[in-house]
Design a protein around this ligand. Structure first.
Ligand SMILES: [Zn+2]
Ligand SMILES: [Zn+2]
Length: 241
């Protein structure tokens, strides 16, 4: 589990025939108040847990799991991880938290065709993604994670309850699947997606000074060029009307 900074570990997704999201662990290595950001694809729970342990982190130090959003490639192994960390709280944006609590899996699978395929592929039952959410995020709040302030930004468009986490002093942005390296952006054709909201979210993120970009997939970037997100938004603008 490589370290991005003193306070941020990076667990690369282990893609197979489907993508597995990256996960990040926020907090100082010696801390007992760590946060895991995103889980990953179905079946990747033990890989994520082992990565955490290999870095010398004791599992009880992980106090909560914060989801950037609840697509299957991010929440697929949440149950596997919670089995190992039964004390951990789950924090999700309220728009997707309400669905999870009702066992409404439309946001998890994104489309009906995909639901059938995944249920068959992974042997998932109907209602496999029903979770109690301990804290419903709204966007606009500042989380105190191990003494470090992380701002929550609601950035819908890829999914309705997508959030970004922003550490202003070090200019670190965790945008989930909203924006990636190499001027890529998240898809906007799944349940709860909305192209014009995605455009507004990108513009919103473009206003932040970002030096370290830690997206849900593909490579992470240190030393992000100035204006990178704005340029990305402009490149995609015509598709996001
Ligand atoms: Zn996604
Ligand atoms: Zn993803």
């Amino acid at each position: 589990m490589p370290k991005v900074t003193e306070d941020v570990y990076y667990i690369p997704g282990q893609d197979e025939f489907m993508p597995d999201s990256h996960a990040y662990v926020l907090g100082k290595p010696s801390s007992t108040d760590l946060s895991l950001i995103d889980a990953g694809l179905v079946g990747k729970g033990s890989y994520k847990i082992q990565s955490i342990q290999k870095a010398g982190v004791e599992l009880p130090a992980i106090k909560r799991i914060i989801m950037t959003h609840t697509h299957l490639d991010h929440i697929g192994c949440l149950a596997e991880i919670l089995k190992q960390l039964p004390w951990a709280e789950l924090w999700v944006h309220r728009l997707e938290a309400d669905l999870l609590e009702q066992g409404d899996e439309r946001a998890v699978y994104g489309m009906d065709m995909f639901r059938g395929f995944c249920q068959e592929q992974f042997g998932l039952e109907q209602g496999a993604f029903k979770f109690q959410v301990n804290r419903k995020l709204r966007g606009g709040e500042t989380l105190n994670l191990d003494g470090t302030a992380w701002e929550v930004i609601h950035i819908p468009g890829h999914s309705m309850g997508s959030i970004g986490l922003y550490h202003r002093p070090m200019k670190i942005l965790i945008p989930g699947d909203v924006v990636y390296a190499d001027h890529a952006i998240g898809r906007f054709d799944l349940y709860g997606a909305n192209p014009s909201e995605l455009k507004s979210s990108l513009i919103r993120l473009a206003e932040l000074e970002v030096d370290i970009l830690l997206p849900g997939h593909n490579r992470i970037v240190k030393g992000l060029p100035k204006g990178y997100i704005y340029k990305t938004a402009r490149q995609w603008e015509a598709y996001l009307e």
